[in-house]
Write a protein that binds this ligand. Structure first.
Ligand SMILES: NC(=O)c1ccc[n+]([C@@H]2O[C@H](COP(=O)([O-])OP(=O)(O)OC[C@H]3O[C@@H](n4cnc5c(N)ncnc54)[C@H](O)[C@@H]3O)[C@@H](O)[C@H]2O)c1
Length: 359
């Protein structure tokens, strides 16, 4: 059932006005059929001029999340605040009957993951999680190549994500802490893990192993968590995945995807496929002309437009919401916490035993 009548604008509030929040605000403000009606900023005085520039001079700015929701009539909240408030804010928002787009991660602990799910299911509102990168360019093409069968049955998927979280990074002051940033996987590794889960979505995870380590470069010495974590994931049907979250690389932001199947392979933007079309060299790579993911270390609003369009279509027409729906993202977090436990203990973990999905 559509949840937004045709012809009525979607009234959107935005919480958090950093790199992600500005992109959400500018993207929502530029969309037909959307009114931005309020912004919650952690620094209202400092950020009010930027809010006015992005959303218009009449949009009120609030220092408190609940204060904003008390003061304005809205249908939808985009939550782009720091990680340690995500769980409480989404529970508050759905409790008020609002639809939500929550930036990753959903929360920082397994206990909060269960609590958020309970609240979302009880509220029955629509919740989306911020994985805009699967809705355009290279990663969308990667998922489509698998969904269209160009690689056949993918038995090995290695998704490697490299970034360097050093003092020159805007988010460093909070992301480097355990209390707010969380961990390598919670801050960034959830992105490549979500890609793996989107690629292998027709099976369940049976078991995970994980190991972590840390660069000895001074650039990363103040990170409170082990910056490099490698996760091995065995699926119930026997296929395997490897997810690397390496946040202490000296080279710039970089994804490396290697998907190997029984009809072909895809490595980054090169594909070899026996089923895609006739006439290709059996041993030859075909280069995909697609926007690279490797400019996504710094966000811009155009990266969000395709996902936001799908959210609107989901609310207005019940169109499907692939790649960023709540249930799939929730399951990814469940596997992420199992990987954290495996890295902590040095032992394999069965997610259904460590963090069983609610019945
Ligand atoms: N989907 C993605 O690709 C993507 C990319 C980046 C961030 N994110 C997520 O978006 C959320 C917000 O991240 P961000 O990149 O916008 O973070 P950010 O550091 O740019 O801003 C986060 C918040 O911190 C506030 N802030 C900035 N400097 C401050 C200071 N000196 N004192 C007090 N407050 C200050 C900002 O007002 C903002 O509300 C996080 O959940 C993050 O993981 C998602």
């Amino acid at each position: 059932m559509p949840v937004l009548e045709q012809g009525r604008p979607l009234r959107v509030c935005i919480a958090g006005f950093g790199m992600a929040g500005r992109c959400h605000a500018e993207t929502w403000a530029g969309m037909d059929g959307v009114d931005v009606v309020g912004v919650h900023s952690l620094r209202p005085e400092t950020e009010a001029p930027a809010v006015a520039a992005a959303c218009g001079p009449d949009v009120p700015v609030f220092g408190s999340f609940a204060g904003m929701l008390d003061a304005v009539e809205c249908d939808f909240v985009s939550i782009c605040t720091l990680h340690d408030t995500h769980a409480a804010e989404i529970i508050e928002a759905v409790g008020r009957g609002l639809h939500v787009l929550l930036e990753k991660p959903i929360c920082l602990t397994p206990e909060d993951l269960i609590a958020v799910r309970k609240a979302v299911k009880a509220a029955g509102t629509r919740v989306f999680i911020g994985f805009q990168e699967f809705h355009y360019g290279q990663l969308q093409a990667t998922i489509e190549a698998v969904e269209k069968g160009y690689l056949g049955r993918v038995h090995l998927a290695e998704i490697e994500y490299f970034n360097g979280i050093n003092p020159s990074v805007q988010q460093y002051w909070w992301a480097r802490t355990k209390r707010v940033g969380g961990s390598s996987m919670l801050f960034c590794g959830c992105h490549p893990l979500m890609l793996l889960m989107n690629l292998m979505k027709d099976t369940r995870v049976a078991e995970v192993s994980a190991f972590s380590t840390h660069s000895s470069a001074r650039d990363f010495e103040a990170l409170e968590w082990q910056a490099t974590q490698v996760n091995l994931i065995r699926f119930e049907d026997g296929r395997i995945g490897k997810v690397t979250s390496c946040l202490d690389s000296l080279h710039p932001y970089y994804w490396r995807n290697s998907l190997i199947g029984d009809e072909g392979s895809l490595i980054d933007t090169r594909i070899l496929s026996r089923t895609m079309m006739q006439g290709l060299e059996p041993q030859g790579w075909t280069e995909l002309a697609t926007r690279s993911i490797n400019d996504a270390g710094v966000l811009s609003p155009d990266m969000f437009t395709p996902m936001f369009g799908r959210i609107l279509a989901n609310l207005r027409e019940d169109a499907p919401m692939p790649y960023s729906g709540f249930d799939a993202a929730w399951e990814m977090h469940r596997i992420l916490f199992a990987c954290e436990e495996a890295a902590r203990t040095g032992r394999p973990v069965v997610p259904d035993q460590y963090l069983a999905p609610p019945g």
